[in-house]
Design a binder for this molecule. Structure first.
Ligand SMILES: Cc1cc2nc3c(=O)[nH]c(=O)nc-3n(C[C@H](O)[C@H](O)[C@H](O)COP(=O)(O)O)c2cc1C
Length: 191
């Protein structure tokens, strides 16, 4: 697949058709991720792969974290919690694997830290495009509960790292059309 086609056809999918994404594919995607540009070869990214077989355990952990976060809420917040529970459970039931992408923070060097986050975001996009080129679909999520301290513990995220993306990977359930609201002329000025 030409890179232009991968860029244009990649879409954020919220639900997946079921079936695993295997270790070999996860390794290929991480290999693409680590070829992202990064200033001074900091290679700030780290990847944590939640295999298909571990997704039921991840679902349990997410649901427990959600319940803990919502404790003591009123009727309306309990209704919203129930909706969130349903959504995350349905999503994880169809997911093929999850890649958690972190970067090593540099609290003493904000300029380099910012560049490292940018590099990690490029690595995430490489993963998403690599998935698209393999007929897989993806979701880049930053949902709060997925990055909670207990979920960090579940993934085994190292101290001094922050989560840039929880990438859900899977097989397509539907074909999705893309949307962009700004044309090239609205975002481009030739100098
Ligand atoms: C940094 C970042 C965080 C995102 N977090 C979420 C998220 O938490 N939940 C979600 O549904 N989508 C999330 N997205 C996906 C965007 O919603 C999605 O890219 C946008 O709707 C455009 O759709 P497209 O990816 O199909 O072009 C995130 C995207 C980025 C770049």
């Amino acid at each position: 697949m030409h890179v232009d086609e991968a860029i244009r056809s990649r879409r954020t999918h919220k639900f997946f058709a079921g079936g695993a994404v295997d270790d070999a594919t996860l390794r290929e995607l991480v290999d693409l991720g680590r070829w992202a540009p990064n200033h001074r070869f900091t290679e700030p990214w780290r990847f944590y792969a939640v295999r298909h077989a571990r997704l039921p355990a991840m679902k349990e952990a997410v649901l427990q974290s959600l319940d803990a976060m919502a404790k003591g809420g009123d009727a309306e917040s309990m209704r919203k919690l129930e909706q969130k529970r349903d959504k995350i459970a349905r999503r994880l039931d169809g997911t093929g694997a999850v890649l958690v992408v972190t970067w090593r923070r540099k609290p003493d060097d904000p300029a380099e830290d910012r560049e490292d986050y940018a590099a990690t975001a490029c690595a995430v996009q490489n993963v998403l495009l690599g998935a698209a080129a393999r007929g897989l679909v993806s979701l880049w999520s930053t949902g709060g509960v997925l990055m909670s301290p207990s979920m960090r513990e579940f993934y085994g995220v190292g101290a001094g790292e922050d989560v840039a993306a929880i990438v859900f990977l899977g097989h397509p359930q539907a074909r999705l059309e893309g949307r962009r609201y700004k044309s090239v002329d609205e975002v481009l000025r030739f100098v």
